[in-house]
Design a protein around this ligand. Structure first.
Ligand code: MG
Length: 197
């Protein structure tokens, strides 16, 4: 069977996966990407698959920063990745949180991971087949998003990754399909997997 590579999505978490985990990013200065992130994303670009960021930004609902802040952080991220020769196809963020204090954002949304609203949106827009896709992240919610959407999951050991794997092993959470030291190693695993499809 030949799989159209353009129909494969690589869904990437942001904080702790592409960028340093430093808590809520309420200031663009706090944001920096890992030194290997561009190389990893370039590996995906070479494969011809779609690279989509999916990030929970509940800090917006909590009144800690605004959508404007998030948009300028994302511009910085795109610029940094571009400098490294890497390209991302789209960025989706969820601004909601049930414990939010900002009216309109305190809602039980369909997009906050582990829900799959952001993946479904991307899937429609780019004709992505979620069952052939992958999600990479550092939290249990990223892995659960994989299960909920049908995408394979990779847990990275950056960010909260080490805490997450400990919790998964101790509490019977669903296990990721793969574990990788970081995004670069995850990109190598995916390259191998995709050649098998
Ligand atoms: Mg994360």
């Amino acid at each position: 069977m030949t799989v159209n590579k353009e129909g494969i999505g690589i869904f990437l978490d942001r904080d702790g996966t592409i960028s340093e985990e430093v808590g809520y990013i309420d200031n663009i200065e706090k944001f920096s990407i890992y030194e290997f992130s561009s190389e990893a994303i370039k590996n995906f670009n070479k494969l011809g698959v779609k690279v989509i960021i999916v990030t929970n930004q509940g800090g917006i609902a909590k009144g800690l920063y605004t959508e404007e802040t998030v948009n300028s952080v994302h511009k910085k991220m795109k610029d940094l990745l571009k400098k490294g020769g890497a390209h991302i196809d789209a960025i989706y963020y969820c601004p909601h949180h049930l414990e939010g204090i900002i009216e309109g954002y305190r809602v039980n949304c369909v997009c906050r991971k582990p829900k799959i609203g952001m993946l479904l949106k991307a899937s429609k827009r780019f004709n992505i087949e979620l069952g052939n896709s992958f999600i990479i992240g550092d939290k249990i919610s990223d892995i659960e998003t994989g299960y909920n959407s049908g995408a394979k999951s990779i847990l990275v050991m950056t960010g909260f990754g080490k805490d997450s794997i400990k919790k998964i092993n101790e509490n019977n959470y669903k296990k990721p399909n793969f574990v990788a030291d970081n995004l670069l190693e995850a990109s190598k695993i995916i390259c191998k997997e995709i050649y098998k499809i």
